[in-house]
Design a protein around this ligand. Sequence first.
Ligand code: GLA
Length: 392
Amino acid sequence: MLQINPNLSDLVTDAAAGLADRLQSKATITAAAPGRVNLIGEHIDYCDGFVMPFAIDRYIVIAGCANGTSQARITSALSEEIVTLDLTQPQETSEPKWANYLRGVIRGFQDRGHHIPGFHAYILSSIPGGAGLSSSAALECATATFLEGLLDTVLDTKEKALLCQKAEHDFAHVPCGIMDQFASAFGKPNRLVLIDCKTGEPELVPFENPDLTVLISNTMVNHELSDGGYAARRKHTEDGLAILGKASWRDVSAADVHANWEKLGEPVNRRSRHVVGEISRTIAAAAALARNDFETLGPLMAASHDSLRDDFEVSCKELDIMVEIARKIGRNGGVIGTRMTGGGFGGSTVTLCESRKASEIAAALGVEYEKATGIKPQIFASRPSQGAHLVG
Ligand code: GLA
């Protein structure tokens, strides 16, 4: 049941072949950027919270070359179409939508005064789309890295991640926080990217215990963050903070939320309880992980899921089913903790488990989930991997 992760070097070879086949070009620049999974700290990156994602070993690869013109010609394994961009003009949003991620990042470079020469590019991905694993952030970070290669320049990593976040805001219209682009840009093998979203500083935390495995279970129910649910949640948290009269969620305690429950009103009071609770859970989880205290970590992940389901209301039936199955397998069956991961409204769960039981757990998740929903899930293990980089 455990899916094998496609090897990055195979992906690079296939992307070069795709470029040759579809655009009759030889790859001279190849960029790769990973998706991410978040262990804990959900929907609080836009609330000055802490988040604990890592870059997964699934990538978007862009293979390309300069073409000596002032146009970009871009295509992907997922599209028949070749998109042409006029690089003499500042990029704006347009059709097809998938190309907006590239347009947005190009615009970020243009706004910094870069003149982008014409190029050919072919995109290939091993990150399941719409699965809450940040394929869009990976596409943005891969594009930025590709442009660094094309322009023979290197942006500061934080600046690059923020440029990509702005592309998501302005060109995909999702008012996301910084977690996804930071994880994709800063990721390192065997490291979690613990981000203090108030200071905007990532800390690379060791995560290399071979006895631990992270399983990602894609419910195959697609989410669309631009539908408005995400923006609505973000607005609730902004309203909550304004009603509480505070400058930052870091200055708000659980007692403050409790004392102002009526004033905050429905549903802002429950949204606020999630934010405050999730910030303290994430701080506690980072400490528990550092001392290998799994008996503390598991219940924190459980409380995170329950809060996202009941107070923040971003889970869905299928995510809850997947979580319940893992909970039933339980600590004795090797499950340390499990919860939904990412923006929600579909997507994936993350399950931290004992490596020696990982295959068995994955098999049970697959069988039981299909029995309950009629949907075949996609289940794979992932280890923290290298963030966005030029290949070769
Ligand atoms: C999406 C956003 C992130 C973050 C998560 C929820 O992935 O892009 O910024 O808010 O949802 O934690």
